[in-house]
Design a protein around this ligand. Structure first.
Ligand code: ADP
Ligand code: MG
Length: 459
């Protein structure tokens, strides 16, 4: 096939795919060979080839056929670095593992020290409490930690501060090291990744840097949003990433938001990060918060055998502190330390006193006004509807949702909540709370609405 034919096919593809996708995935393709119904393209990495094949293979094939070529299939090859000349005979494909990145199995290969961050002893799977908000992330992390065939790559974990991303990543590292003591697991923050990169530039040791990163079996980079806007670091990250994916090495990434939402991250990186499994950790709900408190409380009890915590205190904390798990944990630690000093049982009153600042800070989070506004917004109602005496279902239901949220997200009393909703009686609030509780169990739409609103309000 002449380059012109391919050129025309490319033009058509650009029309149908859009410029961005075209520039990312089609433009870099180089026509290598065309014989016996097989058209070959050179691609920069195996990963790249897989991606193009999966996502655009059919279109390319279609395009070639429309241009009059009798093509049966297309092929993607990573050529040897030296010569990639279109229309020249196909160069021998490069071996999958390149010279500088061999798997470590062979004895006698020089050990390269890994510059990872230390792992926290406490961040193991044993100590990770699983609930609805994090069960998917946990299951995915477990799967990765079990080793075996790489099924999704990368695993991308995201979620707000203190929801357990770092804990899960460390747990993966611990678990892999236990199961396969020889595996090279590298965990580090994106910040350290950048630090290493800058150091190696400074000391002119890029080879060492590349070699080191490409020698790992599992790479984990925490808080990757940090490299947003840092161009050359991103570039290097991208290359490392591709090289490891090509070797079928597991990658685990975390960030505080979804790949597509990280501003200042290059499009090609965003789309590659989405190639594997993207899972989010939701804010802990009441049950999970309580579960975490109970589990941490057991660990604390071992340190402070004399401390007694009165019934209801953990429930109270789980109810009132909904910001993030780290804050919850801090509160519990303080309680234990305090109790061991004063040598008394921790009652609800003592807890309230001892944690006044934390409780106040998390109380400030959500106000009834905010709840009313958000709920009205969500259901497309006017604020005045929420407070009006109207009882039509289209207004009454959202109002009940708002009352339910006011009861569960703030520490306001029932009469106070009633007053704020157009001077209603506290029995109306009780009724609303019960109603929504009931509906949540049987009506998916309501359950989703409540969950969504709660998350927006607590965010
Ligand atoms: P992130 O990295 O998402 O900001 P971390 O993993 O550092 O959050 O978690 C903050 C703290 O909360 C850690 O001490 C961690 O052990 C604890 N934590 C978070 N989620 C859980 C959980 N599901 N079970 C037990 N501890 C948790
Ligand atoms: Mg973290």
């Amino acid at each position: 096939m002449t380059k012109d034919t391919w050129g025309r096919v490319r033009d058509d593809l650009m029309q149908t795919m859009g410029r961005d996708a075209f520039n990312n995935w089609i433009k870099p393709l180089e026509l290598l060979s065309d014989s016996d119904g097989v058209v070959g393209f050179a691609v920069p990495t195996n990963f790249f080839g897989d991606w193009v094949n999966r996502n655009y293979g059919d279109r390319i094939l279609q395009g070639l056929r429309t241009a009059g070529r009798a093509v049966e299939r297309i092929e993607f090859t990573v050529p040897a670095r030296e010569s990639v000349a279109p229309d020249a005979p196909a160069p021998a494909p490069r071996a999958r593992a390149s010279a500088m990145a061999q798997p470590r199995s062979s004895a006698g290969q020089p050990e390269i020290d890994l510059p990872g961050s230390p792992l926290d002893q406490r961040f193991t799977f044993d100590r990770f409490v699983v609930g609805k908000p994090n069960e998917l992330a946990h299951a995915a992390a477990r799967r990765v930690a079990e080793g075996g065939p790489v099924t999704f790559n990368p695993l991308f974990l995201y979620g707000g501060v203190g929801l357990g991303k770092t804990h899960l990543m460390h747990a993966i590292a611990w678990e892999i090291q236990t199961r396969q003591p020889g595996a090279r697991v590298l965990y580090l923050s994106a910040e350290q990744f950048m630090y290493r990169f800058v150091q190696s530039l400074r000391f002119k040791d890029m080879m060492g840097f590349k070699e080191m990163f490409r020698s790992v079996d599992v790479l984990m980079v925490d808080d990757v949003q940090f490299i947003a806007g840092k161009e050359s670091t991103q570039d290097e990250f991208f290359h490392t990433f591709n090289a490891l994916i090509d070797q079928n090495k597991q990658i685990v990434i975390s960030a505080d938001r979804a790949p597509g939402e990280i501003n200042g991250l290059e499009e090609r990186i965003k789309s590659r990060l989405q190639w594997g499994l993207v899972v989010d950790l939701h804010p802990a709900d009441y049950e999970l918060r309580l579960g975490i408190l109970q589990s941490k409380s057991e660990a604390q009890a071992a340190l402070y055998p004399d401390v007694r915590i009165a019934k209801g205190v953990l429930e109270f904390l789980a109810h009132r502190i909904s910001t993030n798990v780290r804050v919850l944990e801090g509160a519990l630690n303080r309680l234990y330390a305090f109790a061991s000093l004063v040598g008394r049982e921790v009652t609800l009153e003592i807890a309230q006193e001892c944690l006044a600042d934390i409780l106040r800070a998390s109380d400030r989070k959500v106000t009834i006004d905010e709840i009313i506004r958000k709920v009205a917004d969500h259901y497309n109602l006017r604020l005045s509807d929420m407070l009006s005496p109207r009882r039509a279902r289209s207004v009454a239901r959202p109002r009940q949702v708002a009352m339910f949220l006011a009861k569960t997200l703030t520490s306001k009393s029932l009469p106070e909540i009633g007053r704020r909703f157009g001077g209603r009686d506290h029995t109306t609030v009780i009724h609303a709370v019960r109603k929504i509780e009931e509906l949540r169990a049987v009506d998916n739409q309501i359950a989703e609405d409540v969950e969504l609103l709660r998350r927006m309000l607590e965010a």
